[in-house]
Write a protein of this length. Structure first.
Length: 96
């Protein structure tokens, strides 16, 4: 959940135009959300037995679960501001 919010609002890779290198290649310059940015969330567990997945019945959802979250944040920004931003991250300069 936090990953989707981070993708929509924070994460951006900045390249040096001359050298083609990534400028913000560490966590000191690469912005990710903190607890204060995200707020409270509730994760729910769905009890389901699926023996076709693997013998243990474990399913990995990782990236599948965040696919729609960045779009949901973009839609929330559109409904709040009336401006459609189609490029991540959604920053104030793109809303002006």
């Amino acid at each position: 959940m936090v990953w989707g919010v981070s993708f929509a609002l924070y994460e951006q890779t900045v390249y040096d135009e001359r050298l083609g290198r990534i400028v913000n290649n560490n966590l000191a310059e690469y912005h990710v959300p903190t607890n204060m940015d995200v707020g409270s969330m509730e994760a729910l567990w769905v009890d389901e037995v699926d023996e076709d997945v693997d013998p243990v019945g474990v399913k990995g959802i990782g990236e599948i679960g965040i696919t729609g979250s960045a779009a949901a944040v973009a839609n929330a920004v559109f409904h709040a501001t009336g401006k459609r931003v189609r490029e991540a991250p959604i920053t104030l300069d793109k809303l002006l």
